[in-house]
Ligand binder design. Structure first.
Ligand SMILES: Cc1cc2nc3c(=O)[nH]c(=O)nc-3n(C[C@H](O)[C@H](O)[C@H](O)COP(=O)(O)O)c2cc1C
Length: 262
């Protein structure tokens, strides 16, 4: 039985409308869950660098969202830092560290500015950054700073954790990137991430020095083994870490922290 052209076009159009209603309905109804999962993933990443021994990949995988929330509120404090002055602003400006969205600030010209030319290819910077602190008996033991920058294919977003001496690295993790799995994507490999704790971020003059090296020398104080077959992603990691630890970004904050211990 042959159908008329208008029947075929009408049939195809009806199927398209029904499918698009399903797809957009699913996207809208799952939006909230996507946002919640994104926040959960960020929190897990913060925990993973806050205490690499306690929050191993397996432990974090097994934790429910309530347990992650609990671990987060038990030991982690969020603070907002003015990047230019390096001072905390959440206690003076009415900004709330629990709701401040540093990524959203980048979209607002009043809350962000053009980044100075840099090797990490960061184009815009927020005026205020959200940092996390591990607090034990009222003492800050670890600083967790957001970092981002270009790899080969994508922008990598992550956190670097520093001991309260502000130079000993406790961990580095990325919660979002689009590098190739098995090559640049190995930035997520726990074996590679385990090479970061203990490295020193700064030299004696407090210039950022830690780097991902193709071949590490005997004095590997500042060097982390490169990712094989992924020299460009490795280089990107060096650039982004050094940029965010430098004077243009968290330098003033880290200097203040060293001087005041808080
Ligand atoms: C399909 C494909 C995907 C690649 N993905 C990456 C990547 O994610 N990161 C990276 O640095 N290099 C990647 N490369 C390799 C780069 O093009 C380049 O050859 C490499 O970074 C050089 O690293 P090497 O000196 O360690 O071999 C990819 C290459 C191909 C063909």
């Amino acid at each position: 039985m042959s159908r008329s052209n208008s029947y075929i076009v009408g049939f195809a159009a009806t199927i398209c409308v029904i499918c698009s209603v399903f797809v957009s309905g699913a996207a809208v109804s799952l939006k909230e869950r996507q946002v919640t999962n994104k926040i959960l993933d960020r929190q897990k990443n913060v925990l993973s660098v806050a205490d690499t021994e306690k929050f191993t990949p397996d432990t974090l995988k097994a934790m429910t969202s309530d347990e992650v929330d609990q671990a987060f509120s038990d030991g982690i404090r969020a603070r907002i830092v003015n990047l230019e002055t390096g001072e905390y602003v959440d206690d003076v400006s009415g900004m709330d560290a629990n709701t401040y969205d540093q990524q959203r600030a980048l979209l607002d010209a009043a809350l962000s500015h053009e980044a100075p030319s840099n090797a990490a290819k960061v184009l815009r910077m927020p005026n205020h950054a959200l940092v996390y602190q591990v607090v034990e008996s009222d003492k800050v033991t670890t600083l967790i700073l957001p970092v981002e920058g270009k790899g080969l294919w994508s922008t990598l977003y992550g956190f670097i954790a520093l001991d309260n001496d502000t130079t000993t690295i406790k961990g580095l993790t990325f919660y979002q990137h689009g590098e190739t799995p098995g090559l640049g994507g190995e930035v997520d490999n726990p074996t590679w991430k385990a090479k970061w704790p203990g490295k020193k971020a700064f030299d004696e003059q407090w210039a950022p020095k830690v780097n991902v090296a193709k071949s590490t020398s005997r004095d590997a104080t500042y060097q982390v083994d490169g990712l094989s077959g992924a020299t460009l992603t490795s280089r990107g990691v060096t650039y982004l870490v050094q940029f965010w630890l430098g004077d243009e970004a968290f330098g003033p904050y880290l200097k203040n922290f060293r001087e005041t211990g808080a």
